[in-house]
Design a protein around this ligand. Structure first.
Ligand code: AMP
Length: 299
C-alpha cells in the first residue's frame, strides 16, 4: 500500500517486506532500520534523521510487542495511533513502514527462548522480569526480517541498547548498532510515548526527574560516591513530585557493572512510577581529562 500524496510504503506482512528488501534486489543500497512501538515523537524522528543521513533506504517498524510486557503492565493502555504515525513517518522521510499484527509476528510459539545475560539483572531487568527476553525475541525477528545494514536505538532506553549491542556482538548479527542521544521536552522531560498517559499534575511534576539526575551528575563530577548520589537523586525526585522510586542506580556503562575507577563511562539511571505510568530516564557521563563530563543530549 502507498499512502496518497506521499511515497511511503506501508507493509504488513513479513513475506512482502522480505521480498521488498531482498539483498540480491537491493544490490548496493544500504538499509537503515528504526524499530519502534509507535505513537511517534521527536525521539523516534531523531533516529530516522540519523538513519537517513547514513543509508539509502530507511525502514521503520511499528509494533507494540506483547512479549516485552509483563502481566499487569500497560500493554492494553499503551498509546496507539496508526494514521498519525504514518503521517509523521512519511514527513520525516521514512521509505518503508512495517506494521505487522501480533498474529503475523507470533503465529506460533515453539517454546525457544532467548535469554539476556548479566546486563539484564538490574535496573529495568530487575523490575520487569522477562522484559528483555521479549525485547531480544522481537529484535532478532525484526533483524532477520529487515536484514538492515545499520539499526538505530535511543539512549533513552540505555539498558536495552547495551543488551542489544552485546547480543549483536556475541552472536555475530549482521547489523551495526547506532546509538542516538536522548531527545527531551523543553522542560527537560525525556520524550516518551507514555508521557500522554500522565495526568496534568504528573506531567507538570515529571521534569523533576531530569533535574534530579542533573544534580546527581554534578555530585559525581564533584567526587561524591555512587551510593550517596543515588540517595540524593531519589530524595530530590520524591520531594519534588508525587512519583515513587522504582530504582535510582549508578553503574558502569555499557557493561552495567559496579562503578570503579576504571569505568570510562557511567550511567545514572532511574525509573519513577506515577499513578498509571512508569517513566525512565538516565544521564551518561564519560571521563575527559580524568574528570567526568555529562554526555550531551540531542539538541
Ligand atoms: P519505543 O517506541 O518507545 O519502543 O522506542 C523506539 C526507539 O526510540 C528506541 O530505540 C528508543 O530508545 C527510542 N527513543 C524513545 N524515546 C526517545 C527519546 N526521547 N530520545 C531518543 N530516542 C528515543
Amino acid at each position: 500500500m502507498v499512502i496518497e500524496s506521499t511515497s511511503i510504503e506501508v507493509i504488513e506482512t513479513i513475506e512482502e517486506l522480505q521480498q521488498r528488501l531482498n539483498r540480491n534486489e537491493r544490490k548496493n543500497a544500504t538499509v537503515g532500520f528504526v524499530p519502534t512501538m509507535g505513537f511517534l515523537h521527536e525521539g523516534h524522528l531523531s533516529l530516522v534523521k540519523h538513519a537517513k543521513e547514513q543509508n539509502d533506504i530507511v525502514v521503520m517498524s511499528i509494533f507494540v510487542n506483547p512479549a516485552q510486557f509483563g502481566p499487569g503492565e500497560d500493554f492494553e493502555s499503551y498509546p496507539r495511533d496508526r494514521e498519525r504515525d504514518l503521517r509523521l513517518a512519511s514527513s520525516a522521510g521514512v521509505d518503508i513502514v512495517f506494521i505487522p499484527s501480533v498474529e503475523e509476528m507470533y503465529p506460533s510459539d515453539g517454546g525457544i527462548r532467548i535469554l539476556p545475560g548479566v546486563q539484564a539483572n538490574m535496573l529495568c531487568g530487575a523490575s520487569r522480569p522477562g522484559h528483555f527476553d521479549g525485547v531480544l525475541k522481537v529484535v532478532l525477528k525484526l533483524f532477520n526480517i529487515v536484514d538492515p545494514d545499520r539499526s538505530y536505538f535511543g539512549l533513552k532506553d540505555a539498558q536495552q541498547l547495551a543488551i542489544i549491542e552485546t547480543f549483536v556482538r556475541d552472536f555475530n548479527l549482521r547489523t551495526a548498532i547506532v546509538r542516538v542521544p536522548i531527545v527531551r521536552e523543553e522542560d527537560g522531560l525525556a520524550k516518551s510515548s507514555r508521557n500522554v498517559n500522565l495526568t496534568a499534575a504528573e506531567r507538570s511534576e515529571a521534569p523533576a526527574i531530569y533535574r534530579a539526575l542533573q544534580i546527581g551528575s554534578d555530585l559525581f563530577a564533584s567526587g561524591f560516591d555512587p551510593e550517596t548520589i543515588e540517595q540524593r537523586v531519589g530524595e530530590s525526585i520524591v520531594s519534588n513530585s508525587s512519583g515513587t522510586i522504582d530504582y535510582v542506580k549508578m553503574l558502569s556503562y555499557p557493561d552495567l557493572g559496579p562503578v570503579t575507577q576504571h569505568s570510562s563511562e557511567v550511567i545514572l539511571a532511574c525509573a519513577v512510577k506515577f499513578s498509571t505510568t512508569r517513566l525512565i530516564d538516565n544521564i551518561i557521563m564519560s571521563t575527559k581529562d580524568g574528570t567526568y563530563v555529562q554526555n550531551d543530549d540531542e539538541q
